[in-house]
Design a protein around this ligand. Sequence first.
Ligand SMILES: Cc1cc2nc3c(=O)[nH]c(=O)nc-3n(C[C@H](O)[C@H](O)[C@H](O)COP(=O)(O)O)c2cc1C
Length: 200
Amino acid sequence: MDSLIEYSLKNSPLDSFSSWYEDAKKVEQNPDAMTLSTIDLKNNRPDSRTVLFKGIKDGCCTFYTNYMSNKALELESNNEACLLFYWHVSKRQVRIQGRVRKMSQGDSEKYFQSRDRQSQLASMISNQSSPIADKDALLKKLTEATEKYEGIDIPYPTNWGGYLFEPYEFEFFVYGDYRINDRFLFKKQNNDWSVTRLQP
Ligand SMILES: Cc1cc2nc3c(=O)[nH]c(=O)nc-3n(C[C@H](O)[C@H](O)[C@H](O)COP(=O)(O)O)c2cc1C
Protein backbone atom coordinates (compact mmCIF):
# COMPACT_ATOMS: atom_id res chain seq x y z
CA MET A 1 0.00 0.00 0.00
CA ASP A 2 1.23 3.50 -0.83
CA SER A 3 2.34 5.95 1.79
CA LEU A 4 -0.75 8.02 2.55
CA ILE A 5 1.43 10.96 3.61
CA GLU A 6 2.39 11.44 -0.03
CA TYR A 7 -1.27 12.39 -0.69
CA SER A 8 -1.63 14.46 2.50
CA LEU A 9 -3.75 11.65 3.91
CA LYS A 10 -3.65 10.21 7.42
CA ASN A 11 -4.66 6.85 8.90
CA SER A 12 -7.93 8.31 10.12
CA PRO A 13 -10.25 9.33 7.26
CA LEU A 14 -11.85 12.04 9.35
CA ASP A 15 -8.42 13.57 10.02
CA SER A 16 -7.60 13.19 6.32
CA PHE A 17 -10.83 14.96 5.43
CA SER A 18 -10.12 17.78 7.89
CA SER A 19 -6.64 18.22 6.47
CA TRP A 20 -7.92 18.35 2.86
CA TYR A 21 -10.70 20.72 3.94
CA GLU A 22 -8.14 23.09 5.50
CA ASP A 23 -6.17 22.96 2.22
CA ALA A 24 -9.35 23.67 0.25
CA LYS A 25 -10.21 26.69 2.40
CA LYS A 26 -6.98 28.33 1.28
CA VAL A 27 -7.67 28.08 -2.45
CA GLU A 28 -11.29 27.22 -3.21
CA GLN A 29 -14.03 29.78 -3.75
CA ASN A 30 -16.66 27.78 -1.91
CA PRO A 31 -14.98 24.92 -0.03
CA ASP A 32 -18.07 24.37 2.15
CA ALA A 33 -20.44 23.53 -0.69
CA MET A 34 -21.20 19.81 -0.68
CA THR A 35 -23.65 17.66 -2.58
CA LEU A 36 -26.00 15.79 -0.30
CA SER A 37 -27.61 12.77 -1.92
CA THR A 38 -30.58 11.02 -0.41
CA ILE A 39 -32.94 8.25 -1.43
CA ASP A 40 -36.47 9.21 -2.38
CA LEU A 41 -38.20 5.96 -1.46
CA LYS A 42 -41.67 7.22 -2.45
CA ASN A 43 -40.64 7.63 -6.09
CA ASN A 44 -37.84 5.05 -5.97
CA ARG A 45 -35.17 7.43 -7.22
CA PRO A 46 -32.04 9.18 -5.96
CA ASP A 47 -32.09 12.89 -5.13
CA SER A 48 -29.26 15.44 -4.71
CA ARG A 49 -28.76 19.07 -3.82
CA THR A 50 -26.03 21.38 -2.51
CA VAL A 51 -25.89 22.22 1.19
CA LEU A 52 -23.22 23.93 3.26
CA PHE A 53 -20.82 21.94 5.41
CA LYS A 54 -20.86 23.41 8.91
CA GLY A 55 -18.02 21.53 10.55
CA ILE A 56 -17.38 18.28 12.37
CA LYS A 57 -19.16 17.52 15.63
CA ASP A 58 -18.74 14.26 17.58
CA GLY A 59 -17.14 12.61 14.54
CA CYS A 60 -20.02 13.67 12.28
CA CYS A 61 -20.32 16.16 9.41
CA THR A 62 -22.97 18.76 10.13
CA PHE A 63 -25.39 20.76 7.99
CA TYR A 64 -28.59 22.71 8.60
CA THR A 65 -31.90 22.75 6.79
CA ASN A 66 -35.66 22.82 7.06
CA TYR A 67 -37.02 19.67 8.71
CA MET A 68 -40.07 19.70 6.39
CA SER A 69 -38.07 20.00 3.16
CA ASN A 70 -37.88 17.22 0.58
CA LYS A 71 -34.44 16.17 1.80
CA ALA A 72 -35.64 16.00 5.40
CA LEU A 73 -38.66 13.88 4.47
CA GLU A 74 -36.41 11.58 2.45
CA LEU A 75 -33.98 11.27 5.36
CA GLU A 76 -36.90 10.57 7.67
CA SER A 77 -37.85 7.46 5.68
CA ASN A 78 -34.26 6.40 4.91
CA ASN A 79 -31.33 7.86 6.82
CA GLU A 80 -28.66 6.54 4.42
CA ALA A 81 -27.00 9.47 2.66
CA CYS A 82 -23.95 10.47 0.69
CA LEU A 83 -21.89 13.66 0.81
CA LEU A 84 -19.71 14.77 -2.07
CA PHE A 85 -17.11 17.52 -2.04
CA TYR A 86 -15.56 18.61 -5.33
CA TRP A 87 -12.66 21.01 -4.93
CA HIS A 88 -11.81 22.18 -8.43
CA VAL A 89 -8.59 24.11 -7.81
CA SER A 90 -7.25 21.39 -5.53
CA LYS A 91 -8.15 18.68 -8.10
CA ARG A 92 -9.63 16.70 -5.25
CA GLN A 93 -12.92 14.97 -4.55
CA VAL A 94 -14.17 13.35 -1.36
CA ARG A 95 -17.14 11.01 -1.33
CA ILE A 96 -18.55 10.07 2.07
CA GLN A 97 -21.22 7.47 2.81
CA GLY A 98 -23.00 7.66 6.11
CA ARG A 99 -26.19 7.79 8.13
CA VAL A 100 -27.84 10.90 9.48
CA ARG A 101 -29.69 11.78 12.63
CA LYS A 102 -31.13 15.07 13.81
CA MET A 103 -28.99 17.29 15.99
CA SER A 104 -30.34 18.07 19.46
CA GLN A 105 -32.78 20.97 19.50
CA GLY A 106 -30.48 22.82 21.91
CA ASP A 107 -27.54 22.66 19.48
CA SER A 108 -29.71 23.63 16.50
CA GLU A 109 -31.11 26.57 18.43
CA LYS A 110 -27.64 27.69 19.49
CA TYR A 111 -26.52 27.72 15.87
CA PHE A 112 -29.72 29.49 14.75
CA GLN A 113 -29.12 32.26 17.28
CA SER A 114 -25.55 32.70 15.98
CA ARG A 115 -26.78 33.51 12.45
CA ASP A 116 -27.45 37.03 11.19
CA ARG A 117 -31.04 38.27 11.34
CA GLN A 118 -31.60 38.11 7.58
CA SER A 119 -30.66 34.43 7.52
CA GLN A 120 -32.82 33.76 10.57
CA LEU A 121 -35.82 35.46 8.95
CA ALA A 122 -35.26 33.70 5.62
CA SER A 123 -35.22 30.31 7.36
CA MET A 124 -38.27 31.18 9.40
CA ILE A 125 -40.56 32.32 6.58
CA SER A 126 -39.70 29.62 4.04
CA ASN A 127 -41.70 26.40 3.91
CA GLN A 128 -38.76 24.98 2.03
CA SER A 129 -39.58 22.84 -1.03
CA SER A 130 -43.33 23.71 -0.90
CA PRO A 131 -44.84 25.62 -3.83
CA ILE A 132 -45.74 29.33 -3.58
CA ALA A 133 -47.69 31.47 -6.09
CA ASP A 134 -44.99 34.02 -6.86
CA LYS A 135 -42.01 35.94 -5.43
CA ASP A 136 -44.25 38.76 -4.16
CA ALA A 137 -46.02 36.31 -1.88
CA LEU A 138 -42.66 35.24 -0.47
CA LEU A 139 -41.47 38.83 0.01
CA LYS A 140 -44.76 39.67 1.75
CA LYS A 141 -44.08 36.91 4.29
CA LEU A 142 -40.57 38.32 4.78
CA THR A 143 -41.80 41.90 5.29
CA GLU A 144 -44.44 40.76 7.77
CA ALA A 145 -41.90 38.77 9.80
CA THR A 146 -39.35 41.62 9.68
CA GLU A 147 -41.95 44.04 11.09
CA LYS A 148 -43.25 41.57 13.66
CA TYR A 149 -39.81 40.94 15.17
CA GLU A 150 -38.35 44.42 14.84
CA GLY A 151 -36.15 45.17 17.85
CA ILE A 152 -36.66 41.76 19.44
CA ASP A 153 -34.96 38.36 19.14
CA ILE A 154 -36.27 36.15 16.37
CA PRO A 155 -37.65 32.97 17.98
CA TYR A 156 -36.09 29.68 16.92
CA PRO A 157 -38.37 27.90 14.41
CA THR A 158 -38.54 24.27 15.57
CA ASN A 159 -39.03 23.04 11.98
CA TRP A 160 -35.46 24.08 11.17
CA GLY A 161 -32.23 22.57 12.45
CA GLY A 162 -29.11 20.55 12.01
CA TYR A 163 -28.22 17.02 11.05
CA LEU A 164 -25.31 14.88 12.17
CA PHE A 165 -24.00 12.74 9.34
CA GLU A 166 -21.98 9.81 10.72
CA PRO A 167 -19.60 8.44 8.08
CA TYR A 168 -18.78 4.77 7.53
CA GLU A 169 -16.99 5.05 4.18
CA PHE A 170 -14.76 7.68 2.57
CA GLU A 171 -13.22 7.85 -0.87
CA PHE A 172 -10.42 10.36 -1.44
CA PHE A 173 -9.73 11.15 -5.08
CA VAL A 174 -6.87 13.14 -6.60
CA TYR A 175 -7.10 14.07 -10.25
CA GLY A 176 -3.97 12.81 -12.03
CA ASP A 177 -2.22 13.47 -15.32
CA TYR A 178 -3.54 11.40 -18.24
CA ARG A 179 -6.49 10.28 -16.06
CA ILE A 180 -4.19 8.26 -13.83
CA ASN A 181 -6.15 9.36 -10.81
CA ASP A 182 -5.40 8.33 -7.24
CA ARG A 183 -8.30 6.91 -5.26
CA PHE A 184 -8.21 5.71 -1.67
CA LEU A 185 -11.17 3.97 -0.08
CA PHE A 186 -11.53 3.92 3.71
CA LYS A 187 -14.12 1.50 5.12
CA LYS A 188 -15.21 1.23 8.72
CA GLN A 189 -15.12 -2.35 10.05
CA ASN A 190 -16.10 -2.71 13.69
CA ASN A 191 -14.27 0.33 15.02
CA ASP A 192 -11.28 0.20 12.69
CA TRP A 193 -10.74 1.70 9.28
CA SER A 194 -9.31 -0.31 6.38
CA VAL A 195 -7.83 1.49 3.40
CA THR A 196 -7.41 0.31 -0.21
CA ARG A 197 -6.29 1.93 -3.43
CA LEU A 198 -8.85 1.82 -6.23
CA GLN A 199 -8.13 1.92 -9.96
CA PRO A 200 -9.00 5.20 -11.68
C1 LIG B 1 -24.11 26.89 -2.65
C2 LIG B 1 -25.45 26.46 -2.07
C3 LIG B 1 -25.54 26.23 -0.71
C4 LIG B 1 -26.74 25.82 -0.14
N1 LIG B 1 -26.80 25.55 1.19
C5 LIG B 1 -27.93 25.08 1.75
C6 LIG B 1 -27.97 24.70 3.13
O1 LIG B 1 -26.97 24.76 3.86
N2 LIG B 1 -29.15 24.25 3.61
C7 LIG B 1 -30.28 24.13 2.83
O2 LIG B 1 -31.31 23.71 3.34
N3 LIG B 1 -30.26 24.46 1.53
C8 LIG B 1 -29.12 24.92 0.95
N4 LIG B 1 -29.09 25.23 -0.38
C9 LIG B 1 -30.32 25.03 -1.19
C10 LIG B 1 -30.44 23.54 -1.56
O3 LIG B 1 -29.54 23.21 -2.60
C11 LIG B 1 -31.87 23.14 -1.98
O4 LIG B 1 -32.31 23.94 -3.05
C12 LIG B 1 -32.86 23.26 -0.82
O5 LIG B 1 -32.29 22.87 0.40
C13 LIG B 1 -34.10 22.42 -1.08
O6 LIG B 1 -33.71 21.07 -1.24
P1 LIG B 1 -34.75 19.85 -1.10
O7 LIG B 1 -35.99 20.25 -1.85
O8 LIG B 1 -34.05 18.69 -1.71
O9 LIG B 1 -35.01 19.66 0.35
C14 LIG B 1 -27.89 25.64 -0.97
C15 LIG B 1 -27.78 25.85 -2.35
C16 LIG B 1 -26.58 26.25 -2.89
C17 LIG B 1 -26.49 26.46 -4.39
